[in-house]
Ligand binder design. Structure first.
Ligand SMILES: C[S@@+](CC[C@H](N)C(=O)[O-])C[C@H]1O[C@@H](n2cnc3c(N)ncnc32)[C@H](O)[C@@H]1O
Length: 247
C-alpha cells in the first residue's frame, strides 16, 4: 500500500505552491497567518491532477494577467478566496470573465483546484502567494478589470488592526492596477472594518464610489462560508463598489 505523503513532502515536490512559505514578502506585517491542516486525499490529488492547468507560480516581473489565460476575456482578481466555493460559482455563472484567485491557505487552495479541475473550467487560474506582493510586483498597472475582496480577515483587536489587508497603501496599489472603469468589490461583516474601508477608498486618488456610501449586494454574489458564520451571529453585511475614474 502506498504511504501517504506529508504536507511537507507534497510542498517539496511542488515548489510553486510552497513559495509563499519561503518568500520574504515586501510587506513585513502580513494580513494572514499561514495555517495548514493535513491535506485530505481529494486535496492532495487535486495538486497532482490540476495544478499544471490552473496554477500560476509567483515571479517578480510584471505581467498582464490577461496573458495567463488561453482565452482572452476581462480579468477579475479575487483576493483571499478561502475555500473557493463562491469563486467557483461566480466563475461558472459569469463565464464572460477570467478569474485569477489569490490565496495563501493551502487547504482552501487545493479545494478550489479540485472544483475547477473536476468541472473543467477554462476561466480560472490560481496562485498561492501573498496578494500584496503579487499585486505590487507581478501585476501590470492598468491591467485588471475588477477586484473581489470578500470577507477579508477583520483582525478585530486594536493591536492587530495594522494587519488588515485594506489600508491606504494597498488601496493605492489596487487603484493603480485597475483599468479605467475597472471596479473594486469589497464585502465585510465587520462594521468597523467596513467604515475604515469606505474612508480609505474614498480618499484614494482615481477611485470613485458608485453608490452613496455602502452598495447593495450584487445578485450574482453567492453567500460565503465566513458570511454564513457571521449571519448566525447577526453581523450586518456591508458592501462597497468603487470604480477607477477616467483620466
Ligand atoms: C476570512 S477568510 C475569507 C475567505 C472567503 N473570501 C470567504 O468569504 O469565505 C480570509 C482569507 O483571506 C486569505 N488572505 C489573507 N491575506 C491574504 C493575502 N495577503 N494574500 C492571499 N490571501 C490572503 C486568508 O488566508 C483567508 O483564507
Amino acid at each position: 500500500m502506498a504511504v501517504k505523503k506529508t504536507v511537507e513532502q507534497i510542498l517539496e515536490e511542488n515548489p510553486c505552491i510552497r513559495d509563499v512559505e519561503v518568500h520574504d514578502s515586501r510587506r513585513s506585517i502580513k494580513s494572514y497567518v499561514l495555517r495548514t491542516s493535513k491535506l485530505s486525499k481529494t486535496e492532495e490529488e487535486a495538486i497532482g491532477l490540476y495544478y499544471k492547468d490552473y496554477g500560476v507560480g509567483y515571479r517578480a516581473e510584471l505581467v498582464d494577467p490577461a496573458d495567463l489565460f488561453e482565452v482572452k476575456r476581462p480579468v477579475i482578481i479575487e483576493i483571499g478566496f478561502g475555500d473557493g466555493e463562491p469563486t467557483f460559482q461566480i466563475a461558472q455563472s459569469r463565464p464572460q470573465y477570467n478569474y485569477l484567485g489569490l490565496e495563501v491557505y493551502l487547504n482552501g487552495f487545493c479545494s478550489l483546484l479540485d472544483k475547477v479541475g473536476k468541472a473543467g473550467l477554462d476561466n480560472v487560474k490560481m496562485m498561492r502567494f501573498d496578494a500584496a506582493e503579487v499585486l505590487f510586483t507581478m501585476i501590470e498597472p492598468g491591467s485588471v478589470d475588477g477586484f473581489h475582496i470578500f470577507f477579508p480577515d477583520p483582525w478585530p483587536k486594536k493591536k492587530h488592526q495594522k494587519r488588515r489587508l485594506l489600508n491606504e497603501d494597498f488601496a493605492r496599489t489596487l487603484a493603480s492596477r485597475l483599468k479605467e472603469g475597472g471596479y473594486i468589490y469589497f464585502v465585510t461583516d465587520w462594521q468597523d472594518y467596513a467604515n475604515q474601508a469606505l474612508e480609505v477608498l474614498e480618499h484614494t486618488q482615481d477611485l470613485a464610489n458608485e453608490y452613496d456610501g455602502f452598495a447593495p449586494s450584487m445578485p450574482w454574489r453567492p453567500l460565503t462560508r465566513f458570511e454564513r458564520k457571521g449571519l448566525v451571529q447577526d453581523f450586518p453585511i456591508s458592501e462597497l463598489w468603487f470604480v477607477k475614474k477616467s483620466q
